[in-house]
Design a protein around this ligand. Sequence first.
Ligand code: FAD
Length: 430
Amino acid sequence: VVNLCWFRRDLRLDDNAALYHALKSDRPVLPVFIFDTNILRDLEDKTDARVTFIHRTLVQLQRQLRNYGANMEVFIGTPEEAFRYWTGKYQIGAVYTNHDYEPYARQRDAAVAKQLALEGIGLLTFKDQVILEKNEVLKDNGEPYTIFTPYSKKWQQVLTPFHLKPYPVRRYMSHLFKAAATDIPTLAAIGFQPSGLALPSAELNEAIVAHYDQTRDFPAQEGTSRMGLHLRFGTVSIRQLMKEALALNATYVNELVWREFYQMILWHFPHVVGHSFKRDYDKIPWRNNEVEFKRWCEGQTGYPIVDAGMRELNATGYMHNRVRMITASFLTKHLLIDWRWGEAYFAAKLLDYDLAANNGGWQWAAGSGCDAAPYFRVFNPTLQTQKFDKDLKYIRKWVPEFESFEYVKPIVSHEMARKRVLEVYAKALK
Ligand code: FAD
């Protein structure tokens, strides 16, 4: 009899909650991973860098497991098919895995739990991806927070050193199931090819994080940590990162709490997927002009800071946070295009794409989300440039033609667009 440890967005051995609990059980542990065809079939780009990243990470995990005489089994198919296969092949005591707060994942896990229960097998799940989850940070009246600042205050109050304690997984590696080696399937076997994009390192750059509060807003600088991808796939531990952050920079800690905030919002308010958090905002009559949307996607709006951001995203799979806010505001407010269109475009392109953070960021930009401020904020791209790219270094890098006659004319005038959006919003929300 074996216990399975099902890896998903926690692709590391160290400080992994589910793996720790599995290893502490009384049965040998078999690590497993599913290339979920429900997810993969929706990825149009067959050179998707995130698939390359997952694949590369699995190969590394496999190498580490071999040092213990263990093996990770990888299945290609749906979770239902995978567990039918494994329950046929092994006598399984229990399946261990870490919480995932996304609606698809919740539905998937409920279905798997039901399927396993028919065979008398339990699905045991653990908190790993965030430090404080679900109902651990609530208002005094027991309701979830919907505004960040009071949430973050409470978050800091609830936090104890225990929450950051690493799970000492390495001590129990002898409890891994000793198995014959199998290979991780090739990328081609799952219908993908390697991506040419550069992937950021999992090493935290402490020198950058130490000055994060001063550097984080300037897209021309390397002033942020580039941890997004690693937090998304769990190739770094949030407990370890938070411990380092607490010693380095309070502003950086705050950003990690934003991440927990949006995961908590997604958990309590799953309607944000596809709907406005503030439901009234679903009444906004978006213009949804497809030609304008295409120009925004391609970085051809004639607003240099917007175009720079979109071109950075298209070329690298990354966009600086300040510019994410500017481009998102531009799409929703200047062009009056539905935030869901922008959300989907970012989801397809961002290496660090995360449903909770992306949805939260887009709804914040559209004014429909968890924000104390009303919708009147319409970023002025010119003022944003003067403040955050004063020397035009970022713009020159991505839009080299912007001072020449070749550069496209602005897609809309700022003044007209500002007036238009305020009128449309006021009318729809009245
Ligand atoms: P740092 O600035 O070094 O921050 C460290 C980590 O803190 C990030 O990796 C991230 O995990 C977390 N974090 C920072 N800011 C936020 C935030 N505002 N909300 C939630 N978490 C945050 N972040 C994503 O991780 N995935 C997304 O898909 C995503 N989409 C966004 C879309 C829009 C429209 C906006 C405005 C923001 C979005 N963000 C998203 C938040 C933020 O822009 C990125 O987390 C950040 O730019 C990633 O770069 P970094 O790793 O260098 O971050």
